[in-house]
Design a protein around this ligand. Structure first.
Ligand code: ACO
Length: 432
């Protein structure tokens, strides 16, 4: 029982309601309203969950005002500088950094689940060659359920862990197969002696007719982007995974729901949208015109890659990505990359504009990531897929955390009904 209380003077129930206030490790307290409906017959109303903590979680902490992001307590800046994506995945899943043996066992397990069933590979033949890879991802990831449904006992922790390994391991294989389908090339099988990212690059860009050498710069840059995208607490896609999973649904179906949610341009689709926007703007002389369009309420145009539900300050991931972007472009002897230059000028302009400052609109994680991916030869349509591979680490960690939580129940929000009150059925001949 909490010592802190909140009080609600309620006109409709003519009483003062006492509510417990819960404290986390850091961050704002939360008013416990679980008994509000049972006790006072009241719901809370919070469209878009602007003020609602949907669960307790020990995985990721964000302070949007200060621009802080930590996985399991570790600052994202330290993880980006010192860690690797698989180490971060272990950290997210198990709560602690692995020792050498633990990391090697984990890596080995992931790298030995990379193959997908041949029957699943044939699914791709059913898609048109220009199908969006995210559309293929939603379908094929969900279809994994059909291959593993009977082997998963959701109550068994070892089974849940195996499902998480399979998902983390097979996402790059499915993603690369979707790309190969788009470009009409033969699927490359995984190479388990390569790193997680090295193997993915090999499956993307390797050809059966020649040897493929992984470029260490591309490997490190993608690994870093994967670390930065690995988790972000209760965002739309993670909440989707949790909500679907709360009914006890198959984990592959839950992650397919996460992929579907991530696809939206307001979420993971933003990095693709940023490049489209930069191309539409064209050159620096057009920046003012597009800034005005972004500020105009009658114009649907928004500055893609700007703004975030939680960060009302610079997204810490965007700072790291901007640095990496410069390094990648310099090493590729492309430091005068016109898109980077334009993005930089647009950012400078927006950050000196009252409209953006007043609303706390700063570049988010997706503002520069697309430029890096493009410089590495990854096509725009694959940007959100890259995000989905990385976010799988967070999704499976949240799914496992939720199922372990004794307080977890099926997610079932209520509503404020604003439709018609009871009325009688009108026969057809009496309708106007
Ligand atoms: N360009 C112009 N104006 C903006 C932008 C933008 N990118 N983002 C927000 N605003 C304005 C809104 O019009 C609103 O103005 P108002 O107060 O005058 O009505 C105000 O800023 C607040 O915006 P909301 O939409 O209420 O903020 P919300 O938290 O709901 O939205 C979101 C956050 C969806 C990320 C939004 O900023 C956006 O659409 N950004 C562009 C898309 C994008 O980059 N998404 C990626 C997010 S990061 C991720 O998912 C990994």
């Amino acid at each position: 029982m909490s010592d802190k209380k909140a009080y609600l003077d309620c006109d409709s129930c003519e009483e003062r309601i006492e509510l417990d206030v819960l404290s986390g490790t850091v961050g704002p307290d939360a008013v416990d309203i679980t008994q509000l409906y049972g006790g006072a017959g009241l719901f809370t109303y919070d469209p878009g969950f602007l003020s609602t903590a949907s669960c307790g979680s020990a995985i990721t902490y964000i302070d949007g005002d200060e621009g802080i992001l930590r996985y399991r307590g570790y600052p994202i800046e330290q993880l980006a500088a010192k860690s690797s994506f698989l180490e971060v995945s272990y950290l997210l899943m198990y709560g602690e950094l692995p020792n050498e043996d633990q990391l090697s066992t984990f890596t080995n397990k992931i790298m030995h689940h990379t193959m997908i069933n041949e029957a699943l590979l044939r699914f791709f033949e059913g898609f048109h060659c220009d199908a969006h890879p995210m559309a293929m991802m939603v379908g094929v990831v969900g279809s994994l359920s059909a291959f593993y449904h009977d082997s998963i006992d959701m109550q068994d922790e070892a089974h849940r862990e195996l499902a998480a390994y399979r998902l983390l391991a097979k996402m790059p294989t499915i993603a690369a197969a979707a790309y190969k389908h788009n470009v009409g090339e033969r699927v490359m099988y995984p190479r388990n002696n390569l790193s997680y990212v090295g193997n993915f690059l090999q499956m993307m860009f390797g050809l059966p007719c020649e040897d493929y050498a992984v470029d260490p710069l591309a490997e490190r840059a993608v690994d870093l982007l994967f670390i930065l995208h690995a988790d972000h607490e209760q965002n739309a896609s993670t909440s989707s995974v949790r909500l679907v999973g709360s009914s006890g649904a198959n984990p592959f179906a839950c992650i397919a729901a996460g992929v579907a949610s991530l696809w939206g341009p307001a979420h993971g689709g933003a990095n693709e949208a940023v490049l489209k926007m930069l191309e539409e703007i064209g050159d620096a002389s057009q920046i003012d015109k597009y800034i005005d369009k972004a500020k105009d309420k009658d114009d649907p145009f928004r500055l893609m890659g700007f703004g975030h539900r939680v960060y009302k300050n610079y997204d810490p991931r965007a700072k790291i990505i901007r640095e990496v972007c410069l390094q990648v472009l310099e090493k590729l002897a492309d430091s005068n990359n016109p898109l980077f230059e334009l993005a930089h000028r647009l950012e400078e302009r927006a950050l000196h504009d009252e409209y953006f400052l007043e609303r706390g609109l700063y570049p988010n994680v997706d503002y520069y990531s697309g430029i890096i991916y493009r410089a590495l030869g990854i096509p725009e349509s694959m940007f959100t897929v890259m995000f989905a591979i990385a976010r799988t680490a967070g999704w499976v960690s949240h799914w496992m955390e939720m199922l372990k939580d004794p307080k977890h129940r099926i997610g079932r929000p209520r509503q404020l009904y604003v439709g018609a009150d009871q009325r009688d059925y009108v026969p057809m001949e009496e309708r106007t």
